[in-house]
Write a protein that binds this ligand. Sequence first.
Ligand code: BYC
Ligand code: FE
Ligand code: FE
Length: 473
Amino acid sequence: MTTSIDYTEKIPNNVDLAQDRRLRRALESWQPNFLQWWKDMGPALPTRDVYLRTAVNVGSEGWAHFGHVPMDQYRWGIFLAQRDAGRQIAFGAHKGEPAWQQVPGEYRAELRRLIVVQGDTEPASVEQQRHLGFSAPSLLDLRNLFQVNVEEGRHLWAMVYLLHAYFGREGREEAEELLHRSSGSADAPRILGAFNEQTPDWLAFFMFTYFTDRDGKFQLGTLKESGFDPLSRTCEFMLKEEAHHMAVGTTGVDRVVERTAQLMVEHDTDDVRPFGGIPLDVVQRYLNSHYSVSLDLFGSETSTNVANYFTAGLKGRWLEESRQDDHVLGDGTVLVDALLDDGSVGRTEVPALVGLNTDLRHEYTADCMNGVNRWNRILDNAGVGQRLHLPSVAFNRRVGTFGGIAATPEGTVISAAEFDRRRGEWLPTDADRSHVRSLMQPVLEEGKIASWLAPPKKGVDGRPFEYDYVHLA
Ligand code: BYC
Ligand code: FE
Ligand code: FE
C-alpha cells in the first residue's frame, strides 16, 4: 500500500477500493444518502466556496492540500494510516498475537457497537453546528467552522467504511441508521448525551471544540490501540484531523478571554456587557456546562463493559504502550472517583480493569487543565485577578456515580433543592445565553472581527487574517 490517496475514484481512498467491486458499490450507494444528509443537516449558510484543506497523503509530511472548494464537492474519502505488517496486539488476553485484519467472530457485536457509537458522534456534531454560519465573528472563524464540519463528515465516512467493509449486512444497516438518528430528535436521538445538546452560539462552539472534541481525541486514542488493525489505522489518521478541531476551541476561548480581559482593564469593571464583551463569570458557566457534559462521555466510573473491551483487545488505554505494567491488569487496582460513606466526594480503590473509564477520564481532565492554565495566563498578563477553574468531577453529572447526586463546582455534595436554587451561579442562565446571543451578529467582511473576541494571532496555511476564506453565495 502507498501512503498517497487515489483521487481518480468516485470515493477518494487509500484502501484499494478499485480492487473490491462489491465494497465499492455498497459505498457508492451510501454516498448519495450521505450527500442528501449533508444538504439537509449540514451547514445552513449558503456559500459558493470555502478555503479548505483536503487530505492528500497519510504520511507524516505534507498531508493536506488547501484550496477554495464548494463544500458539497468536498472530496470526502477513506484514509487509513499506513499498515505496520508486524503489528502485535499490545494488551489484554490476546497480547502479543498479530493484530487482526478481520473481525474476530466472538467480538463482533462489541466491536460493531464501539464503531457505531464513535460514528454516531461525527454527524451529530455537524447537526449541532448547522446554524452557526449565520453568526460567525469573522470569515476566518467561518472557514474554521466549515473545516471542522467537513472533517466530521469525513469521520463518519471513516466509520461507515469499517461497517461496510467488515460487518456485512448488519454493518450496512448501521450505516443507514447513522444518517437517520439526529441530534436532539425526540424519537431517534444521537446515542450519547452531549451530542443531543444544542450548540446555539459561538462561545458554545469554542467550548464544544475544546472540551467535547477532546473527548474525541481520547476515545480515538484508545481505539487506535485496538487489536482490530483497520480500526486502529483509521483512528490514527482521524487524530491528525482532530488536532485542528481542538485548536479551534483552544484559540477561540483564548480570544474571548483576551478580549474580555482587555475590556475589563479598559473600563475598570467586571461587567463588560455594555462594551460588547462576555463577562468572565459567563465564560466560567459555559465552561462548567461543557466540561461536565463531556465528562459524562467517558461512561461510568466503574464499568464491566470497558473491562471486557480491554481484555478482548478491542479498546486500549491512552498511550497503552508507554504504561509500565503487564498490559493485562489481571490483579492490579486503581483509585476511581467515588461518593464516600461520609457523603463526600473522594476516591476509592477498585480492580484496575473496571476502572478504565476513570483512567481515561483522568487523562482527559489533566489535558483540559492545560487550557485553563493557558486562559489564566492570558488573564494574568492582562493584569486581571480573576481565574477560571475546572469544576469538580461530581458537578452536574448525568452518567455514573455522580449522576444521582447534586454537587457544587467545588465538589461539596448538596441537596437537589439547593442545586436548583443556585443553578444560575454555576450554569449558563437564560440571561447569559440571551446576552451572548445578542452579540452573535455576523461579521463577514474580509479582515473584520466581532466585538466580543480578539482577532486570531495568525491565519490559515500561511495566509493573513485578512483573506477571502469564504465566498458567500
Ligand atoms: N450518554 O458501562 P458504561 C467524538 C451508556 S467524541 C448516554 O459506563 P461504557 C467527537 C452506555 O452505552 C468520542 N448513554 O459505558 C467529538 C451503556 O449502555 P448499555 C466518541 C451513555 O460502555 C466532537 C451504559 O450507559 N467516541 O469523537 O463503558 C465532535 C453503561 O455505561 C453515556 C466514543 O465514545 C452517555 N454519555 O462506555 C465529533 C468511543 N455513557 O450498554 C466527534 C466509543 C454511557 O448498558 N464508545 N452510556 O446499554 C465507548 O467507548 C463507550 O461506549 C463509552 C461508554 C465510552 C461511550
Ligand atoms: Fe470527529
Ligand atoms: Fe472533531
